[in-house]
Design a protein around this ligand. Structure first.
Ligand code: FAD
Length: 338
């Protein structure tokens, strides 16, 4: 679901989401016919920030395919699928992505690591980039779905502890899927990286649904008993402060040296002065908000990489620091300097 992130008072994440939602929606409208990958709706918030908010139900693969088609059309895309990057090394001014046998999968002077939680393993060991400088965590989740037969049980989606989607229709779902489904999700398992679909997670979704719509929860449990549920379990990637990591990778040892220099002792290192690894960027840690944040963050990062002026108004420039992948390295360096 693409929807606003409602909080009592604005946070960096809610402000980023406020920028991301209209951007993602515009991309959907530009590239994917409504009904063939997304559909506009409203969502009733029942818990905190109660009210009805505009939203969209999205099959992310439809948007990703549209982006890939567009890039292929520009003849600007060479893809290597199912190729796991085991390490990234810098040789002769190029970043080389190596497979597990040390063979070069691809190389370029500029690299964006956008592998969610897998980004840590790819970057670990580069100039002090470790789990303390890049504190990202896996948060496994499972979505429960079932074919929709007859009328939906509610007029629109509702959210409290999870989101209940009473109906989603899509003319382009994979052939093995029913064209109408209802869904409830999702579970949160911090630290878990297992993507097995489990009945126990369906049951947890039923418990969350019980508070919102007891009749739908009964249907979920009936379908679970009859083995009629579909499930999707995957890994979110969350940073320690829940804000994405977007920008140039820091050179941690050089940053530590800089922090020891007079003038930087107590203050913050200006963004422009932060030592960076040449040509290495991160675009990761979207947590539960990838649909909302990916397009806007990627666009912002591309502008940075091209040396274009930031699209952010002055009042929002603090968000650049909030999502800077160097922010945790600064904290470590400052502590060591104290
Ligand atoms: C159950 C569930 C429900 C969700 N619901 C929503 C929702 O309603 N709305 C929303 O906005 N977001 C939702 N999310 C979150 C959303 O899916 C993520 O925020 C989004 O997928 C992040 O996009 P990404 O491209 O950064 O990472 P991913 O989509 O995780 O993609 C990372 C890719 O990197 C690849 N990779 C990893 N390591 C390597 C390596 N070493 N070499 C090569 N490739 C590698 C992986 O195979 C993967 O394809 C949900 C997530 C889950 C699990």
């Amino acid at each position: 679901m693409l929807s606003p992130h409602q909080t009592r008072s604005p946070t960096p994440l809610s402000r980023l989401c406020a920028l991301g939602v209209p951007d993602a929606r515009a991309e959907l409208e530009r590239l994917v016919p409504e009904g063939a990958g997304w559909t506009a709706t409203d969502v009733d918030n029942l818990g905190h920030a109660p009210g009805r908010w505009p939203a969209a139900l999205v099959r992310p693969a439809a948007l990703v395919e549209a982006w890939l088609d567009q890039t292929r059309g520009l003849q600007a895309l060479e893809s290597r699928w199912n190729a796991e990057v085991a390490a990234l090394v810098r040789r002769d001014g190029q970043w080389q992505a190596l497979d597990v046998h040390g063979e070069v999968l691809a190389q370029a002077p500029v690299v964006v690591v956008a592998a969610a939680f897998g980004s840590l393993a790819i970057l670990e060991g580069q100039h002090g980039l470790d789990a303390s400088a890049l504190p990202i965590r896996p948060v496994q989740g499972q979505l429960t779905m079932a074919p929709l037969v007859g009328e939906p049980l509610a007029p629109r989606p509702m959210r409290n502890n999870g989101v209940f989607v009473p109906a989603y229709e899509d003319s382009c779902l994979p052939p093995a899927w029913p064209s109408r489904v209802w869904a409830m999700g999702s579970t949160y398992e911090r630290g878990c990286q297992d993507t097995t679909v489990r009945n126990s997670a369906h049951e947890r979704n039923a418990d969350s649904l019980q508070q919102m719509h007891p009749l739908a929860a009964t249907e979920l449990r009936d379908r679970l008993a009859n083995g009629e549920l579909l499930g999707w379990a995957q890994i979110r990637c969350a940073s320690l402060d829940r804000v994405p990591m977007v920008g140039a990778a820091p050179d941690v040892p050089a940053l530590k040296v800089m922090m020891q220099e007079a003038g930087h002792r107590r203050g913050r290192v200006p963004l422009a002065d932060t030592p960076r690894l040449p040509g290495l960027y991160l675009l990761t840690a979207f947590g539960s908000r990838g649909l909302t944040l990916a397009q806007w963050c990627a666009d912002w990062l591309a502008a940075q990489m091209n040396g274009e002026p930031s699209s952010l108004p002055d009042s929002d420039r603090d968000l650049e620091r909030a999502m800077d992948p160097a922010r945790f390295a600064w904290k470590i360096a400052r502590r060591q300097d104290a």
